[in-house]
Design a protein around this ligand. Sequence first.
Ligand code: IPE
Ligand code: IPE
Ligand code: MG
Length: 225
Amino acid sequence: MIPEHIAIIMDGNGRWAKKRSLPRVFGHKQGVKTVKKIVKFASRLGVKVLTLYAFSAENWKRPKTEVEALFSLLSQFMKKDLKELIHVGVRLRILGDLSKFPQDLKSEIVSACQATEKNANLELNIALNYGARQEIVKAFEEMLAQGVKKPTEEILSSFLYTAGQPDPDLLIRTSGEFRISNFLLWQIAYSEIYITDKLWPDFTPQDLEGAISEFQKRERRFGGI
Ligand code: IPE
Ligand code: IPE
Ligand code: MG
């Protein structure tokens, strides 16, 4: 079975650049190329939801120049790269708090979401200024504001950015780090985890296929026997 929802922690852009004695931003640029390839391939495979961690709520700690370079790549992605992805039926959703983003970039992101809202082939979630703990706190704030008296798992899920989507079946992290880095803590309760040493710019559709075939060998027990 092809996983319905694949989530990816796209890590290792900086190390990819460092290995080549290039500035980190070159790694991010190369990383965007990987994003395009992986989105197209996932759509072809019939994956329903693909979630990509692009900028964490903690990534503001990076030098201003790097954050600005990431925003500029993001802007380019929203204005240009996404056009190439629209014809594969991608529908864009943002997970995260855009309020601290520059106004121009916010408008570009909102337009990109609107431009794809009729598409139905692949739901592409891009996590931007995303943190899972922040997401859960926000969900509680909204539940309180709406007078929810008795939260359930279903109700809480419906207040998350991923409302209405299935939880990830497969969580992939590139670059060999064995940690979650505040990504989708609630939603990955029963996801299968796949960690590869490949750096994100080097990650190929074949690598995704490899992760999926490993996933297909796993026995998911969900607490049963
Ligand atoms: C992931 O690559 C991309 C973002 C976090 C934006 P990194 O930039 O974290 O690359 P490394 O981990 O330093 O190699
Ligand atoms: C996680 O990568 C965030 C993204 C991929 C956007 P980081 O590179 O920020 O994570 P840590 O700092 O190694 O935990
Ligand atoms: Mg990293």
